[in-house]
Design a protein around this ligand. Structure first.
Ligand SMILES: [Zn+2]
Length: 307
């Protein structure tokens, strides 16, 4: 079975300004690397469909969702927070980004593909139940996860987040949801300043000190995450795939290398193979050094394809 690559050209039209790190070129840098690595033809290319209001309000506060629709500007830019802006193409891109994960869930559950990579922006894991934050409007992975629970009756979904930032939004949304296990590795102390002690039955915090390299990162996953995943026996694994823990990324100070992204993907696929017939859905979050982002995402996608 194949890997779906779900994306949309309109996700590149969302543009928060020349100096903004969450730049439209991020998607092109991944796609170009997949082309030069000669794997794009072997992926199931799928154009994303927009999320519906019904799918969004299953995860987010309806008042918040409606406010995003109402505030969408016809010209210029407006600020949702200091670093999260809307311009005329933002709403369309945000709906496609959230919708792509819903589609991925449908494709993986129908067994038309084994796994999927949603190459979309804006990212999602900082978006909370009722607010935009940190470049994120809708929590894409949460919208897809809720769809998997509501539509397919899944009772155990693991979300693993290896973005360098803590996914405060995903935790905020699922903190009281026993059907979801949320595990996040993140630089600490660092934005958005999660409390590493704030663990919960279904929440795993894996704080990383600035300067953490490959070996320590792998040890933490092996010692802290894998036993918990084995115990949880997920029916589906969702991955918040941010590539900003790469050593070349200017945003933070974790020192992962390209092949660490292949490694972590392989480890999660092993769990998926053992517990859920390989079902795994990966969703792009951060990653801001364009060349490193392309290479790290390539290592991730190539591993999903088992090449
Ligand atoms: Zn990040």
């Amino acid at each position: 079975m194949t890997t779906a690559y779900i994306t949309h050209d309109l996700c590149e039209k969302h543009d928060m300004g020349e100096d903004h790190p969450e730049a439209p070129q991020r998607l092109g840098s991944i796609q170009n690397r997949l082309i030069s690595g000669q794997v794009l033809d072997f992926l199931r290319w799928t154009d994303a469909l927009p999320a519906t209001r019904e799918q969004l309000v299953a995860t987010h506060d309806p008042v918040y969702v409606d406010s995003i629709f109402e505030r969408a500007p016809l010209r210029d830019r407006i600020e949702l927070d200091d670093e999260t802006l809307m311009m005329p193409h933002t709403l369309e891109a945000a709906l496609l980004a959230a919708g792509s994960v819903v589609q991925a869930v449908d494709m993986v559950m129908a067994k038309s593909v084994k796994n999927a990579f949603c190459c979309v922006r804006p990212p999602g894991h900082h978006a909370e139940y009722d607010r935009a934050m940190g470049f994120c409007l809708f929590n894409n992975i949460a919208v897809g996860t809720r769809h998997a629970i509501n539509q397919y009756g899944l009772k155990r979904i693991a979300i693993v987040d290896f973005d360098v930032h803590h996914g405060n939004g995903t935790e905020n949304i699922f903190r009281e949801e026993p059907k979801v296990l949320y595990a996040s590795s993140y630089q600490h102390p660092y934005y958005p300043f999660a409390d590493p002690g704030a663990s919960h039955d279904n929440i795993i915090h894996m704080p990383l000190a600035a300067g953490t390299g490959s070996q320590e990162f792998r040890e933490i996953y092996i010692e802290q995450l894998l036993p918990q995943l084995e115990k949880f026996k997920p029916q589906l694994i969702m991955v918040s795939a941010g590539f900003d823990a790469h050593r070349q990324d200017p945003m933070a100070q974790i020192r992962l290398q390209d092949n660490d992204y292949g490694w972590v993907t392989e480890v999660l696929m092993d769990i998926a193979d053992r517990h859920c017939d390989g079902r795994l859905i990966s969703v792009l979050e951060g990653g801001y050094e364009l060349d490193a982002l392309g290479r790290a995402a390539f290592a991730h996608v190539k591993t999903l394809m088992r090449l």
